[in-house]
Design a protein around this ligand. Structure first.
Ligand code: FAD
Length: 440
């Protein structure tokens, strides 16, 4: 007997995009039994960014069900019961190991077959592992990664068993910075190691980074830049004991957390669908090169209308919006209607310690730092209420904007600036950058 289930729509992946897509399906009209979400994870879609923030707090940590999708955008929190009530089948703890886009089927690790009419690929990213590069000893225990809730649970357990120990955080992107802060709050003795000359080098300017590095140093974090981990030593229990750096330094470690980037999960579809820039190529409706197959969230390389190029965006705001766009497009095409193409303004944010920053637009061209005109001490790491920003000027226009410590209104203001791209008057931006945000 072949174990086969048929659905009109299948969302493959049960992360952020899947949850927002399910919500949109119900808004647009969905019959019970039409939609299934298949996820490797054991829990219903949740707001992944919580895993490197409040999930790791020592006091009153966030736990499910508090951050199920759509809590992060102020929407209704979708509990497992909600899916049940809507007749959406949540197929959890189920890894798909084979996809056949020609026969419109997915096969799970246990051999179950799932057939669909329309597929939405929402498989997200996976954490890049040091073992992938053959780093010596990288398979030691207590070397942690952070992508899924099972990873976060493992990290929380390790934090408990190694209380007030030494933590080495490798990488200074979002995960590195957020986990570095969380480990410090957990009273670990934290060292951060990264090869770049400054943290979050893909986005931050040296001036922005120097503020955050100073802030972390004030919190007692030891920052070791311009080098990488080349090997780990374990104790007799196989638990990590030391981290050997390329610069010759050796660090003691009870926990190592690695945040060296993610890679989109596309392997199931290799050779079956067009790819671009490492992701699955889509149009402005998140349709792939294969009829009735859509790709959203981290895996999609889509037309970024605002900058006339193709991009892949690994951020939660895009995961939500691309999912909504794809479902609207699916529903419109069923009704013989059309919708507007996706027109996205990149939005990234992060929170650590008492800090909170946002970035909108594109970080190309010349950066111009601005600060509070009343109080220029707010760009100093020692400030009690830090507040400063940066505009990026490209071809005479403001194309990107960063703000630390902004109010909701100011954040909205700089988003508008990045969207409208006004002519740049550099000295003005520098002097009254924040007030300018208020004008938009
Ligand atoms: P995901 O949310 O990753 O979901 C993918 C899902 O697919 C997972 O459930 C996975 O198990 C499942 N899956 C994959 N392959 C299979 C398979 N073969 N079979 C079954 N299921 C499968 N972005 C921000 O903008 N701000 C932040 O502060 C921020 N913080 C973050 C913190 C952490 C710890 C992480 C990991 C990411 C963070 N991000 C942040 C990025 C953001 O979470 C992602 O961009 C977003 O989750 C992408 O959504 P997605 O639905 O495409 O993929």
């Amino acid at each position: 007997i072949i174990d086969k289930k048929n659905f009109k729509y299948i969302i493959l992946g049960g992360g952020v995009a899947a949850g927002y897509a399910a919500m949109e399906f119900t808004r647009q009209g969905l019959q019970p039994g039409e939609l299934a979400i298949i996820s490797k994870e054991a829990v219903a879609p949740y707001e992944r960014p919580a895993l490197s923030k409040s999930y790791l707090f020592p006091n009153e940590p966030a736990r499910l069900p508090s951050f199920h999708v759509c809590a992060g955008s102020g929407g209704e929190r979708l509990l497992p019961k909600w899916y049940e009530e809507k007749g959406i089948e949540l197929i959890l703890g189920t890894e798909i190991v084979k996809a056949n886009l020609a026969s419109k089927t997915l096969i799970s690790a246990s051999g179950k077959i799932y057939a669909y009419q329309i597929l939405i690929i929402a498989t997200g990213s996976t954490a890049v592992k040091l073992t992938d590069f053959g780093v010596q000893g990288a398979d030691a225990k207590n070397i942690c990664y952070l992508r899924e809730i099972s990873d976060a649970d493992k990290l929380v357990e390790t934090i408990k068993t190694k209380q007030k120990g030494k933590a080495v955080v490798i990488g200074a992107g979002y995960i590195g910075l957020e986990v570095g802060a969380a480990m410090t709050i957990n009273e670990f003795d934290v060292s951060m190691v990264y090869p770049e000359p400054w943290c979050m080098a893909g986005l931050f300017t040296p001036a922005i980074a120097s503020f955050y590095e100073g802030y972390y140093a004030n919190k007692g974090v030891k920052i070791i830049k311009g080098t990488v981990a080349v090997g780990f030593e374990a104790d007799s229990n196989g638990q990590v004991k030391t981290v050997k750096l390329k610069n010759g330094e050796v660090l003691q470690a009870d926990i190592v957390v690695v945040g060296v980037g993610g890679s989109p999960v596309t392997a199931l579809f290799k050779g079956q669908v067009e790819e671009e820039k490492g992701g699955i190529k889509t149009d402005g409706f998140f349709r792939t090169s294969v009829q009735e197959v859509y790709a959203v969230g981290d895996v999609a390389t889509f037309p970024m209308k605002l900058y006339s190029d193709m991009r892949r965006v690994e951020h939660v705001d895009h995961a939500r919006k691309s999912a909504q766009q794809a479902v609207k497009a699916i529903k419109a095409s069923e009704d013989g209607k059309s919708i507007q193409e996706y027109d996205y303004l990149p939005f990234f944010y992060s929170r650590f310690f008492d800090l909170s920053w946002v970035f909108y637009g594109d970080n190309v061209g010349e950066p111009v730092l601005f600060q509070d005109i009343q109080d220029n001490s707010t760009t100093r790491p020692s400030s009690t209420k830090p507040k400063f920003g940066t505009y990026w000027i490209h071809n005479g226009k403001v194309v990107g904007a960063f703000l630390e410590g902004g109010t909701a209104e100011e954040n909205k203001g700089i988003a508008n600036i990045a969207w409208l791209q006004p002519e740049a008057k550099e000295d003005l931006l520098e002097k009254i950058g924040m007030l300018i945000a208020g004008l938009y």
